[in-house]
Write a protein that binds this ligand. Structure first.
Ligand code: PLP
Length: 405
């Protein structure tokens, strides 16, 4: 079978694959604890549901403009004013099928084959493959000081004449690190000076803890005209617990948004009007759900960190935001894919292997589940890994016996 070079270069999304495995095992009645998840367990806001069903009940569900319905764009404009203190126009906004598609069409609009895109490592799993889909080259940058907080010089050292764009995701998936004002300011100014695109993946920007605030990139830009090469992406998936609704957006200069719309028009056209209505309901509706999600995540982070701090040999940096703790399990196994599989096979706990995020030896653990799941999940992992554990563990009625070292 003849497959394209690009097609062959793209791997399966490891996180989606593991999620599917968890669903299948659960359907078979297996006592799975999902510590790998990247989606809140709360329900979508009622305002999203009523807005969607209102239209659905009319039975008139049609195509929309490729770049999104005007009402939703207006809600995104208000959102941008409220959270970024920036006034934009409808032509500066495109609504896409999730933040994933917003990033994808942005990359397709700006990249030529062989261009390079820099992003700090660890990184969100999809960046490398999305860049490869454009025939371009991903350049993950590991902070030299071994932290999850990249410094400007780490990025600058990797810039070549082929560099076209930088992607920043803060707070970060998988580390939860919130990048400093100084770092973001330096990157914004550097991109302006060098004429590079800067994609700010702000999908977790309202899910930040300890009274900290995500940095607003625009506040560090000198040029906010239609020449600006800053692209801010955001969406409803995480903050409103609406992952399955698949609505995200990008805010950028009008020319670029037009090109992105042209591309999206031939890919998927505008996202489903029902889902756009749902996003509209979420953005215009009662906002208390976002804050209560943030508080729950902050509390769950404390529980998970306490569990990990009491776990011999595990090193975990306290995250500043998001749903994740990225913990170093290398004392038990340096191969995170093997370790993750082992934990799923032996104690039915799903974790995400750090290798998929660019750092082997680590596991990404999620705070999206219940406190009971977090505590029991870590207890099971401890039992599986600690050679001094008792020989048996009960999961409900089921007796597990250690038949490994
Ligand atoms: C950093 C980051 N960007 C983008 C996405 C994709 O978001 P969406 O579900 O809205 O496509 C995710 C989802 O996990 C993410 O973690």
């Amino acid at each position: 079978m003849s497959i394209s070079i690009i097609g062959k270069s793209i791997g399966e999304s490891a996180t989606l694959k593991l999620n599917e495995i968890a669903v299948l095992l659960r359907q078979k009645g297996e006592p799975i604890i999902h510590l790998g998840g990247g989606e809140p367990k709360t329900r979508a806001p009622i305002d999203a549901i009523t807005s969607l069903t209102g239209l659905l009940n009319t039975g008139e569900v049609r195509y929309t403009p490729v770049d999104g319905i005007l009402e939703l764009k207006q809600a995104i404009i208000r959102y941008t004013e409220e959270f970024y203190h920036r006034k934009v126009e409808p032509e500066n906004v495109i609504v896409s099928g999730g933040v994933k598609q917003a990033i994808m069409v942005a990359l397709q609009a700006i990249l030529d084959p062989q261009d390079e895109v820099i992003f700090p490592s660890p990184y969100w799993v999809s960046y490398p493959d999305m860049i490869k889909l454009c025939g371009a080259i991903p350049v993950p940058v590991v902070p030299e000081d071994g932290t999850f907080y990249p410094r400007f010089q780490d990025i600058e050292q990797n810039v070549t004449t082929y560099t076209k764009a930088i992607i920043l995701n803060s707070p970060n998936n998988p580390t939860g690190a919130l990048y400093s004002e100084k770092f973001i300011s330096e990157i914004v100014q550097f991109c302006e000076k060098e004429g590079l695109y800067l994609i700010m993946d702000d999908i977790y920007h309202r899910l930040v803890f300890d009274g900290k605030k995500a940095v607003i990139c625009y506040e560090h830009a000198t040029d906010l005209s239609e020449n600006s090469k800053i692209i801010v992406v955001n969406g409803v998936s995480k903050q409103y617990a609406m992952t399955g609704f698949r609505i995200g957006w990008a805010v950028a200069n009008k020319k670029l948004i037009k090109v992105m719309s042209n591309i999206q028009g031939h890919q998927t056209a505008g996202p489903s009007v029902l889902l756009q209505k749902a996003a509209l309901g979420a953005l215009n509706g009662v906002q208390s759900g976002v804050e209560s999600l943030r508080l729950t995540l902050e509390n769950n982070r404390r529980v998970l960190m306490d569990q990990l701090n009491a776990f011999d040999g595990i090193k975990a940096t306290k995250p500043d935001g998001t749903f994740y703790v990225f913990a170093d399990f290398s004392v038990y196994d340096k191969d995170s894919v093997r370790l993750s599989k082992f934990l799923l096979d032996k104690v039915r706990v799903l974790t995400m292997p750090g290798k998929e995020f660019g750092l082997d030896g680590y596991l990404r653990l999620s705070t999206c589940g219940s406190i009971k799941d977090i505590i029991e999940g870590i207890e099971r992992i401890k039992w599986a890994l600690d050679p001094n554990s008792p020989n048996e563990l009960y999961i409900g009625e089921r007796k597990l016996v250690r038949d490994w070292l």
